[in-house]
Design a protein around this ligand. Sequence first.
Ligand code: ZN
Length: 138
Amino acid sequence: MVYWGGMTNFDSIDIKLLYAPRTVSDERRVVIDQRENSKFVSTLNRMRLRHIAQVHTHPGKVVDHSQADNELAAFRVPGLLSIVVPSYCQGGMQPITMCGVHRYDKWGFIRLSEKYVQSYFEIFESGDFLLEDHRNGS
Ligand SMILES: [Zn+2]
């Protein structure tokens, strides 16, 4: 699981923070405790960024949210994106249309159509971001 923090511009979002929280993981699930999420929110505030997306992987090609993805999401903020990358991200996440892109709204996480994603999403890599990696407990 990686959280993206960034700032919105007129018609784009600059991702300025990739935050990998410490997790407790096994084959079927990833758990992030409240303290880790609190540290992430503190980092967002310190950098004056918004939580733009959460990104996680699935083992196969299915990139829909699982029931657990919907019910156990720590952050449920309108507009928050949740991107599911297939095959444990072994092939990367481009083109973005091979990922499941979901957006949280008053009905919960709704998967955006591939046509919508193709029309409105494009990822440009600039390298201008901070990586905070807490996966090993630091
Ligand atoms: Zn999932």
